[in-house]
Design a protein around this ligand. Structure first.
Ligand code: KG4
Ligand code: ZN
Length: 365
């Protein structure tokens, strides 16, 4: 298909209700005409994690307002939209259903094609939305819900090289913050505290580095952190500011070391395929961490690979990435019928064994 496409995207798989309109003319970088995200952080805050029923209700209440706002901001009506793309999984099923039902209603009512998008494909294709990046590239998705390496070689072609077998790194940051009495989300607060501390003071484990491959594990780190914290409290009769800063810095250093070494292994595997323009892209909230980003940049520089990190608003959950994945699928002739199913689990790479674990934000894949 060589025509200009303007697609409405919907996202509701976790705790952000989002709608966006993206336009793409062949040969040009895509244009985000509108991107609306309504977060639910305050609704879930008293429970220390995302409550699926509360999330589903909030999505159902907000999604049509988000769609209206996105169309208004884009200055368009449904008559000027070419298709509706929606996250059809993986994620919390009540939320996914809210989006899928809304998208089906719009598609049926306005006579538009419907496109079901895998949420992880949305993240994984974002460097093409922002930078027109050529296939194949290596992707690290690293957030509060995801952690995996993917070779992306087409709109529906993903090879998973490895991922976390338990918690995602963002969850580990959030739990660390909780254990140390720092505000949520834990990533930014632990990073700020770490800046004041000594990363070498506490020798935290580097899980799974002694084993070959690109799988990772972060759940043991929080146990180690709990023990180290309690040890310091027993020693000093309380946790001093400097101790808390050293715990944060040492924890962050362990996560950065694991991600850097596993990225190096994933890159070597990716480079074996002889990509013409080798590139490594990161997405997800944890990619905002400066220490981790510097560690990953260092690895790519050593191997002569281009490093890309899309702007944070497009790294975290949003609907522009879903609209973009919809454009890619539509150009590949991949649209869906009105019986499109909502899927709580939906691995991107069907050939790889299923990922273990299901974090506070739902299924890992
Ligand atoms: O991608 P995201 O907004 O949502 C999903 O998890 O899908 O990522 C949020 C996660 C949270 O766990 C948060 O603590 C973490 O990303 N995060 C960070 C930083 N900023 C956000 N982790 C480490 N350092 C940061 N600066
Ligand atoms: Zn996500």
């Amino acid at each position: 298909m060589t025509d200009t496409l303007t697609i409405l995207g919907l996202e509701s798989s976790c705790d952000d209700t989002a709608a966006a309109v993206v336009r793409h003319r062949p040969g040009e970088t895509a244009e985000i005409l509108a991107s609306v995200v309504a977060g639910q952080t305050a609704l879930h805050a008293p429970f220390g994690g995302v409550v699926p029923e509360i999330a589903a209700r909030a999505h159902a209440e907000k999604i049509d307002h988000c769609v209206e706002e996105a169309l208004d901001k884009a200055g368009l009506t449904l008559a000027q939209i070419d298709a509706v793309a929606v996250t059809a999984g993986p994620g919390l099923i009540g939320g996914v259903l809210s989006g899928v039902m809304c998208a089906k209603g719009i598609a049926a009512g306005a006579g538009l094609p419907l496109i079901g998008v895998n949420h992880l494909a949305g993240h994984a294709l974002t460097p093409r939305l922002t930078d027109n990046l050529a296939f194949p590239y290596l992707m690290l998705l690293v957030s509060g819900g995801h952690c995996q390496f993917l070779i992306v070689s087409g709109p529906g072609a993903f090879k998973r090289l490895g991922g976390t077998i338990d918690d995602a790194p963002g969850e580990a940051f959030d739990k660390t913050a909780k254990l140390l009495g720092l505000p949520q989300p834990g990533g930014p607060t632990v990073e700020a505290e770490a800046a004041l501390g000594n990363p070498k003071r506490i020798a935290f484990p580097r899980p799974l580095l002694d084993r070959p491959g690109c799988d990772m594990s972060f759940s043991g780190l929080k146990t180690a952190l709990l023990r180290a914290r309690d040890g310091l409290i027993a020693e000093n009769g309380g946790l001093k500011r400097v101790d808390r800063a050293d715990l944060c810095a040492s924890f962050q250093e362990a996560v950065a070391d694991v991600l850097a070494e596993k990225s190096r292994r994933a890159l070597l595997q990716y480079l074996q395929g002889g990509p013409a323009h080798p590139a490594f892209a990161v997405a997800g909230g944890v990619a905002a961490n400066r220490r981790i980003r510097t560690a990953l940049e260092g690895v790519t520089a050593d191997l002569g690979v281009r490093f890309l990190a899309p702007p944070l608003a497009l790294c975290t959950d949003n609907a522009a990435m879903i609209a973009w994945a919809g454009i890619e699928r539509m150009r590949a002739g991949l649209t869906d019928a009105l019986d499109l199913a909502a899927r709580p689990r939906w691995p991107l790479d069907q050939a790889s064994p299923a990922m273990l674990g299901s974090g506070k934000k739902g299924a890992k894949a």
